[in-house]
Design a protein around this ligand. Structure first.
Ligand SMILES: [Zn+2]
Ligand SMILES: [Zn+2]
Length: 428
């Protein structure tokens, strides 16, 4: 009998130390402008990652069992995509690089991928690292390649992210990896994913073995975020490493529990995220989404979608969340008012190559709704654009989104505001 009582489950999880969270950073604000913690001023953010690997993750069980799991995953992916489309939930697919290949029969009968370095130690099986790789094609051995499924992820209605789970599902531990191996795995991922127009920004470490010693290499290759497992904390805001790569804390994974109802646990964690301004991160193996687990994931996603629809939770992919975090931290704003027009001068020096040009939500406080808000981008100074905004009479907050490339914003108020000169008081 599964425990479903919310209060009791929360008490038990709390007593077991499984609701411990880090503290969210304070909102960044001046007297006039607040840079919201999350897009559209949502109280919390949620993201979801799928470790997408077909047979590659299960090779230590032998080829037959690994292929069985791989084929089950194949069957499950379209079902999961349908569910995510129904609820309009984008997720991050952390995908093994080999799955992008149509075939890999270029090794003249020898071991597959002769140009790829092998792990210095393999604790999982005897023989070559690639010995299970059939060295054929997606048609002959569909548990080892799936360009067809990659295309269906790209064509889904929900705007999914496709990230990396290494090329051959290596272990990032200090014993089983080195810089040469990691760099080669990343480059091979970039090559295979590049054919689909994808530049990976997210890495999920295989086997959930943290390889943070390689973050500087990941940063050099354009990665911006990794999934982080920390037994002490279930939630945090994304944390920026000194390398410039963010860590997103895993909150819970999909696994059958014979003791408690997983969606109830998810709703407790999501509530905690909303109350504390944190990031709830849920992850799963697509191969596990069968039977009862399918109902479990559906219930968790439906709950998330309902809180998103109320405006409480921003559901974002990993790369979009950290792009937002980077822009939010880097944004500097000076405000000045002349009559009815309030001008914001914005600087946001982020690495556009890696983070893109994310939207960031700003709030200003006033007793009236603005008449209009226009924004000018630093790269298109001659083309100001009219922004949509939301005014909440109760709180007096006007909320609107700017791109990180925005250099100037003009807010026209219905009546003249008290003049405020540029200076440190108005600077964020
Ligand atoms: Zn291969
Ligand atoms: Zn994996």
């Amino acid at each position: 009998m599964l425990l479903r009582d919310r209060v009791l489950l929360r008490t038990l999880l709390n007593a077991a130390g499984r609701l411990r969270c880090k503290t969210a950073p304070r909102n960044r604000s001046t007297e006039r402008v607040t840079v919201c913690r999350y897009l559209n001023n949502a109280a919390a953010v949620a993201n979801i990652s799928a470790d997408f690997e077909l047979a590659w993750a299960w090779r230590e069980w032998g080829t037959a069992r690994a292929e069985e799991v791989g084929l089950r995953e194949r069957a499950n992916v379209p079902v999961i995509l349908g569910l995510l489309d129904d609820l309009d939930i984008p997720i991050t697919w952390a995908t093994v690089g080999h799955l992008f290949l149509e075939s890999c029969a270029d090794h003249n009968g020898g071991p597959s991928h002769p140009g790829m370095p092998r792990p210095p130690i393999n604790r999982r099986w005897e023989g070559d690292w690639y010995k299970h790789d059939p060295g054929t094609s997606a048609v002959k051995h569909p548990a080892w390649y799936c360009p067809d499924l990659i295309r269906s992820i790209q064509q889904a209605k929900a705007a999914h992210e496709i990230g990396s789970h290494s090329f051959s599902h290596i272990e990032f531990s200090r014993e089983c990896s080195n810089e040469t191996l990691v760099a080669a795995e990343i480059l091979e991922c970039q090559r295979s994913m590049g054919r689909f127009g994808i530049q990976p920004r997210t890495l999920v470490y295989p086997f959930n073995i943290m390889g943070h010693q390689y973050l500087p290499i990941l940063a050099r290759h354009g990665f911006t975020v990794v999934r982080h497992r920390d037994p002490r904390f279930v939630m945090s805001c994304p944390e920026r490493d000194s390398s410039g790569v963010y860590k997103i804390y895993e909150s819970m994974g999909l696994h059958e529990s014979r003791r408690y109802h997983q969606p109830t646990k998810a709703s407790i964690l999501i509530e905690l995220a909303v109350l504390n301004g944190l990031c709830f991160h849920f992850w799963f193996h697509p191969s596990a989404v069968t039977g009862a687990a399918c109902a479990t994931i559906r219930e968790i996603l439906q709950h998330l979608a309902s809180r998103r629809d109320k405006g409480e939770v921003w559901v974002a992919t990993m790369k979009d969340l950290v792009a937002y975090s980077e822009a939010r931290e880097r944004m500097r704003i000076r405000s000045a008012t002349a009559g009815r027009v309030e001008s914001l001068r914005i600087e946001c020096p982020i690495d556009g190559e890696r983070f893109g040009d994310p939207e960031v939500t700003l709030c200003v406080l006033s007793s009236h709704a603005p008449l209009s808000i226009t924004a000018t981008a630093s790269n298109r100074p001659e083309q100001p654009a009219t922004l949509s905004f939301r005014f909440d009479a109760g709180s007096g907050l006007t909320t609107f989104n700017v791109r990180s490339s925005t250099s100037d914003v003009e807010i026209t108020w219905p009546i003249a505001r008290r003049s405020e000169s540029e200076g440190s008081r108005g600077r964020l």
